[in-house]
Design a protein around this ligand. Structure first.
Ligand SMILES: Cc1ncc(COP(=O)(O)O)c(C=O)c1O
Length: 288
């Protein structure tokens, strides 16, 4: 299988479509050294990107939060995504938009004189958790904690927040798990390495308050779906000791969609009726 840098197709970069293999940056790119990068992960379903504008708005917000204003408007980002989808003839795909501090006059920590650049790539991508999608994913518990919003802007979808995700996912995979669940700096249940988490008990749903985690667009969509069904949703601080008492669990994310969870550490969950119903309804919603 060829690498992601070695494919046919077009990538949008700083205002124009370039050949996939030519979408490169210089080694002295600020982002590569100091994580000055924000991004979005989106899915195209039957020719339409689900919640496309909301993703573009969040990208701009992430740029602001990370003190790297992105020199494009929502409409311009939307047009760039559209151009990539069309140029690559895609109808169902994953869309990655990334904005970063490029190379420039600064090579220290300060980067104000370096341009903020942007690129959009898209490719066909199946289920994020593979077979786990229907059987229930197995999750490890990460040894790292999601940081305080006083440590880093936790509402940003920024590269710097993902290093502990990568390390935790490596550790999880080495144990035969598909992903890892984080606690936050206070010890509350937080999120997975690229997805939010939901639990079911006695017909009601519980999910962590998004006060130190990404308030995922899929999370918000699924909360709306549950409320429309008259199901009570508790957005609250959840202690790890509570995992034992939950009956069902699922993850949400643009890449993960709605993925049932069968196990977290020692705790097991059934892939129950509500989990299946929400996963199936989400699949219909994104294509409606
Ligand atoms: C750490 C983290 N939490 C949650 C999510 C879910 O966010 P969304 O549903 O907006 O994709 C993601 C995925 O982007 C993520 O990376």
């Amino acid at each position: 299988m060829s690498g992601y840098d070695d494919r046919d197709g077009k990538i949008w970069m700083d205002g124009q479509l370039v050949e996939w293999r030519d979408a490169n940056v210089h080694i002295l790119t600020h982002a590569l050294h100091y994580a000055s990068s924000v991004f979005e992960g989106e899915r195209l379903y039957d020719g339409k990107i689900f919640l496309s504008r909301k993703h573009s708005e969040r990208l701009l917000k992430s740029g602001e939060l990370m003190d790297m204003p992105i020199p494009y408007t929502v409409d311009e980002i939307e047009a760039a995504k559209q151009a990539v989808v069309e140029a690559n003839g895609l109808t169902n795909a994953y869309v990655r938009v990334v904005a970063w501090r490029g190379a420039g006059e600064d090579m220290g920590v300060s980067s104000a004189r370096n341009p903020v650049r942007m690129a959009v790539a898209a490719w066909a991508w199946g289920d994020y958790y593979g077979d786990a999608k229907m059987q229930g994913a197995k999750l490890d518990i990460a040894k790292w904690k999601r940081p305080s919003p006083e440590t880093i802007p936790t509402a940003a979808k920024a590269a710097g927040l993902y290093m502990i995700c990568t390390m935790s996912k490596h550790a999880a995979e080495a144990k035969g798990c598909s992903d890892a669940l984080f606690m936050d700096y206070r010890g509350y249940v937080a999120e997975a390495t690229g997805a939010n988490v939901f639990f079911v008990k006695d017909g009601e749903v519980h999910t962590p308050l998004p006060d130190a985690i990404l308030n995922g667009l899929t999370r918000q969509t699924v909360i709306g779906m549950l409320k429309d069904r008259g199901i009570t949703v508790h957005e609250r601080h959840i202690m790890p000791e509570e995992l034992e008492g939950f009956e069902q669990c699922w993850l949400t994310g643009s890449a993960a969609e709605v993925t049932p969870v069968g196990q977290i550490g020692e705790h097991t969950f059934e892939v129950g009726a509500l989990t299946r119903e929400i996963a199936e309804s989400y699949e219909k919603l994104v294509r409606s």
